[in-house]
Design a protein around this ligand. Structure first.
Ligand code: SF4
Length: 270
């Protein structure tokens, strides 16, 4: 893993994402190395290093953020932390950039919305519970650990994520889950989605569900993953992802029924 310390000129940027006013990303690059990562396409990343092999640490971000908030150039608003790359990827343990940014935001009473795949967020629970408005979302793709390890190698396990959700909720912090992307014939295998839904803690506010989307340049990664996982799925995926069909409509209806049966609020994005 290549880790580079860098600096930034701006901390908070306006966000176009729903329900967020600002985005704050302490890191560029992500050690979690998920095979389906959309970040390179969002950032229009065209560098030579493979995504997942490097992280740039925006070391001065807490200072810049503090200056921005003191100058009152930024009106209070909801700050999405880790909108592009994970704010609690392993390197955060050493650099604590996310933690120090949280301290600054807490001082100025800016609400925060965090999205992560790591239980490292629990380290900051004493800061998080002091916010008037704070929520933590966990991305979960599969309950099957063999798949998760191939799919998003450095993220926390399913059990660690669930236990982190319980702990955060117990401490009064709102939690939610992003379930996805759903990988046809892998994460939605017979009975898998029900197993997963049945393990979701009841204190969760809602779950958002999405399917695999072929962002620019992503097919290469998916094909590589499938050739190791089950090459027979390659033509099936091509057919599913590049043609009109009802596959995901059926998955959607299954998810809606499951969430209803387990009394979970859900929003399906497809
Ligand atoms: S955690 Fe998010 S940003 Fe990091 S590699 Fe996975 S999908 Fe990409």
């Amino acid at each position: 893993m290549i880790i580079r310390e860098t600096t930034c000129k701006t901390a908070l940027i306006r966000s176009a994402l729903p329900n967020l006013d600002y985005a704050l990303n302490p890191y560029k690059g992500c050690e979690h190395a998920c095979i389906y990562c959309y970040a390179p396409s969002v950032l229009k990343y065209g560098g030579e290093e493979k995504w997942g092999d490097f992280v740039e640490v925006r070391k001065n971000m807490p200072k810049i953020l503090s200056k921005e908030l003191k100058s009152k150039r930024k009106e209070p608003g909801i700050v999405g932390i880790g909108t592009v790359t994970d704010p609690y990827q392993p390197v955060e343990k050493r650099y604590e950039v996310t933690m120090n940014c949280l301290r600054v935001l807490l001082d100025r009473d800016f609400p925060v919305s965090i999205q992560t795949k790591s239980s490292l967020v629990l380290r900051d629970i004493n800061i998080l519970k002091r916010f008037k408005r704070c929520e933590v979302g966990f991305t979960i793709t599969s309950i099957d650990e063999h798949i998760r390890e191939k799919y998003e190698p450095k993220s926390s396990s399913f059990d660690e994520k669930v236990s982190a959700i319980r702990k955060l909720s117990k401490n009064g912090i709102k939690t939610w889950i992003f379930l996805g992307p759903i990988m046809p014939y892998i994460t939605d295998r017979q009975g898998e989605l029900e197993k997963l839904i049945s393990k979701i803690p009841p204190d969760i506010s809602y779950i958002i569900i999405d399917k695999l989307r072929l962002k620019k340049g992503l097919w290469k990664n998916i094909e590589l993953f499938l050739s190791a996982y089950n090459p027979e799925l390659i033509p099936i995926y091509k057919d599913l992802l590049y043609s009109k069909n009802d596959y995901f409509l059926e998955v959607k209806s299954e998810m809606v029924n499951l969430c209803r049966a387990y009394n979970i609020n859900c929003k399906v994005l497809f």
